[in-house]
Design a protein around this ligand. Structure first.
Ligand code: BES
Ligand code: ZN
Length: 382
């Protein structure tokens, strides 16, 4: 299973669809009565699906190496790009916040990532429609609130959707001239599996990365020029539901998101460890810039590869007209074979690999949002 190449995966998307047509012939009358949902299985390939269609797609994806995911776009028809943004990316833009980023990176620690993953994977599941799925989101919100202490410039909220599980957003309000520009660091908080769904790699690992980056930035006391938002998206496994809801609302409200960094699976390096920048449904300039940050601060090998379909929440930002980037745990084909099963557990993971993504999150947050507040002095390290 681990040997799937990107090309094989794309072939399987096609095969999956032809098998689907046969399976549909026996669709039950109940499935026929439920309203169909519009899904996209790869760029430009959309159809109105029954619940059974979607279950077949997921089952085949799970059985055959997660090759055939889909994006539920019923409520979010794709729109054209936004007007050019004020934040001038990025050609040749060089890292400049070393004095603020390096002390944070020195504090980045595997132990805290492990502790968050342990908590999150202890929920029975983090499903978008279950009580434990709601409780997991509330637990994340409580952590953000606790870390914020009394800071008046930090706001933590649950975002309601048309299903039970909420998304979570923690905001560090910018205090400089570019405070209306928003930098997003996010990942999905839900999990999916038949039975127990620990989702340690998919995606407690990314969620822990986002939460720990927030904790370290808050703890440093630094004040930022731009507004920095940390997001846990609900319902990703059902078709990027939470992130599409958020990204389309941001677009409607004309919010100026200058870049969205996605973490979805960070701790399973496979046999040949490399950070992998996903090139489809992401922004080329933001990918280049983030790769540059990798070289400066993470100093680990990276490659580029594609998913072949809208495989995670970065696609929601792209579809809403914003720039996104998605560094993934491994090359496609040597990713974690246990995701979407009860076997997606912490003991299969490699925390030192996950630490690279935490370093990147810190670098991205501080470089993109900029420490500009006059008088900020970082605490003496000891
Ligand atoms: N973390 C996965 C995406 C992923 C899996 C990327 C393996 C690269 C390799 C994500 O949670 C997921 O499962 N996505 C679905 C698609 C989604 C739109 C329902 C998938 O890949 O089938
Ligand atoms: Zn998944």
């Amino acid at each position: 299973m681990g040997a799937y190449s990107a090309a094989m995966r794309k072939m399987n998307v096609l095969l999956g669809l032809s098998v689907l047509t046969i399976a549909c012939a026996s669709a039950s009358i109940w499935a026929a009565e439920e309203p169909r949902r519009l899904i996209e299985t790869r760029p430009g390939h959309r159809f109105w699906s029954t619940r059974e269609d979607r279950e077949n797609l997921s089952r085949r994806a799970h059985e055959e190496g997660r090759c055939g995911g889909f994006m539920d776009i019923t409520d979010y028809p794709i729109r054209g790009p936004l007007p050019p943004q004020s934040f001038r990316l990025l050609a040749g833009l060089e890292p400049k916040e070393q004095a603020n980023v390096l002390p944070l990176i020195r504090e980045a620690d595997e132990g805290n990532l492990i502790s968050v993953i342990t908590h999150l994977s202890a929920f029975e599941d983090r499903n978008y429609q279950t009580q434990s799925g709601v409780q997991a989101a509330e637990w994340i919100k409580d952590q953000y609130t606790r870390f914020a202490g009394n800071r008046p410039d930090i706001k933590v909220e649950l975002v309601k959707h048309r299903f039970r599980q909420p998304s979570v957003i923690a905001t560090i309000q910018g205090s400089g001239p570019a405070r209306d520009e928003i930098v997003v660091i996010g990942g999905h908080l839900d999990s999916i599996s038949p039975g127990k769904a620990p989702g340690a790699d998919d995606n407690a690992s990314g969620t822990a990365t986002v939460m720990e980056a927030y904790r370290l930035i808050v703890k440093s006391g630094m004040r930022l020029n731009r507004t920095l938002q940390f997001m846990g998206y609900a319902g990703e496994e059902e078709g990027l539901l939470g992130s599409q809801d958020i990204a389309t609302r941001y677009r409607e409200e004309k919010k100026n998101v200058v870049g969205a960094l996605q973490f979805d699976m960070t701790m399973y390096p496979g046999s040949n460890p490399r950070m992998t920048y996903i090139t489809d449904y992401t922004n080329r300039d933001l990918n280049r810039y983030t790769e540059r940050l990798s070289d400066e601060y993470v100093k680990a090998l990276w490659i580029e590869d594609e998913c072949g379909y809208a495989c995670s929440d970065h696609a929601s930002w792209t579809s809403a007209g914003y720039r996104s980037t998605f560094p993934f745990e491994s090359a496609f084909g040597s990713d974690n074979p246990d995701i979407h099963t009860p076997r997606d557990t912490l003991d299969k993971l490699t925390p030192s690999h996950g630490l690279k993504y935490l370093k990147l999150a810190l670098a991205f947050g501080v470089e993109m949002a900029e420490v500009t507040t006059p008088g900020y002095r970082r605490p003496a390290s000891h």
